[in-house]
Design a protein around this ligand. Structure first.
Ligand code: PXP
Length: 256
């Protein structure tokens, strides 16, 4: 299982003080050393963490492929067609959200930009909820790949396996268990259907050291993109070790 490291959270820390540290480019070099397979970064319309200069410097200097996440924003796509990251992952964006909350709505407006990116030699992936309908639309739109949004699965796993909602009996344990199992089944079905249709299958959002194994065990998924949990752990053990620990979980599928 390949592991892409989402390094936006390094830039978030830098932006907390609007200085020049920690430097996301330095994180790229540590990711390479720790055995990560890809760098993932999100250039948001409001540039709340990564800036255009980060994208330029990172694309120029990284030995790892860059997976640029962005919304359907003409000026960002223009820049991407010049800088040529290995992949663009199209994601939905709302200004007020803390993080990307749900999958992309797929409609015909995406057709032309997808073609343009592919013609520029950039692989295109669509960040979608695990629904068969979304996968069939991604195929119609001629995307190369999909990334399954694991956010709902991850939230349910937090509710079940940590104390976040247990205090004050805010959790209906049996109902939450059922929802968790059904979300995992959706991810499995969606992965099967995607590969059957010839779409590459990636996944990410909210994955951590506890809930990633079940996703690694889905045989059709070939790559995970993980950010927050790794950077959070890095605060205590350092980025290199935090990545190596997640890489160990990813390796347990015996593929990479
Ligand atoms: N994949 C995509 C498409 C994302 O938007 C994000 C969050 O920016 C991630 C993966 C990583 O999510 P997290 O930081 O929760 O691991």
């Amino acid at each position: 299982m390949r592991l892409g490291i989402n390094i936006d959270h390094i830039a978030t820390l830098r932006e907390a003080r609007k200085t020049n540290q920690p430097d996301p480019l330095e994180a790229v070099f540590i990711c390479e050393k720790a055995g990560a397979n890809q760098i993932t970064m999100h250039l948001r319309e409001d540039r709340r963490h990564m800036h255009d200069f980060d994208l330029r410097r990172i694309i120029e200097s990284s030995f790892l492929p860059i997976n640029l996440e962005c919304a359907l924003d003409k000026s960002i796509l223009d820049m991407a067609c010049k800088l040529l990251p290995a992949r663009i992952t199209l994601v939905p964006e709302k200004r007020e959200e803390v993080t990307t909350e749900g999958g992309l709505k797929l409609d015909s407006r995406l057709k032309e930009p997808i073609k343009r990116l592919k013609d520029s030699g950039i692989e295109v992936s669509l960040f979608i909820d695990p629904s068969l309908e979304a996968i069939r639309k991604a195929k119609e739109l001629e995307s190369n790949a999909i990334e399954l949004h694991t956010g709902r699965y991850a939230n349910l796993s937090l509710e079940l396996f940590t104390n976040l909602k247990r205090t004050n009996n805010a959790l209906n344990l049996n109902a939450t268990k059922k929802e968790f199992e059904s979300e995992l089944s959706l991810l499995k079905e969606a992965s099967k259907e995607s590969l059957k249709l010839g779409l590459k299958v990636y996944a990410g959002h909210g994955l951590n050291y506890q809930n990633t194994q079940a996703i690694v065990d889905i045989p059709q998924i070939e790559e995970l993109n993980i950010g927050h949990s790794i950077i959070a752990r890095a605060v205590f053990v350092g980025l290199e070790r935090a990545i190596r620990e997640m890489k160990e979980i990813c390796k347990s599928d015996g593929r990479f």
